[in-house]
Write a protein that binds this ligand. Structure first.
Ligand code: SF4
Ligand code: SF4
Length: 92
């Protein structure tokens, strides 16, 4: 398989694993202003393709939006529900 195709496939698998719980974007606490709730309690980011950088929460707190990979080693409210955390925990 061509490397680029492999990378795209892996990215798709990675994205598909996300439960869209919104917990990594503050859904259970003080959410990012770009976090939008959909039907059935699923969330999405309304600037997903350009999400990185300084962002603001609904209560006015500034923070840096980083890749989920960069926060997997940390704890955040509701991190128990994160599909990626579960994958890591199952692998160790
Ligand atoms: S900008 Fe970042 S923190 Fe805000 S909703 Fe999008 S992905 Fe989540
Ligand atoms: S906490 Fe994990 S499963 Fe939930 S939206 Fe964020 S990346 Fe996806």
């Amino acid at each position: 398989m061509e490397y680029q195709t492999y990378q795209l496939q892996k990215e798709k698998e990675f994205e598909a694993a996300c439960q869209r719980c919104g917990n990594c974007c503050g859904a259970l606490d003080d959410p990012c202003m770009h976090l939008v709730i959909q039907s059935q309690g699923k969330y999405f980011c309304d600037i997903y393709d350009s999400r990185g950088g300084v962002r603001k929460t609904c209560l006015g707190r500034f923070f840096e939006c980083v890749s989920i990979r960069d926060i997997l080693h940390r704890d955040w409210l509701g991190n128990w529900n994160c599909a990626y955390k579960k994958q890591i925990n199952n692998a160790t």
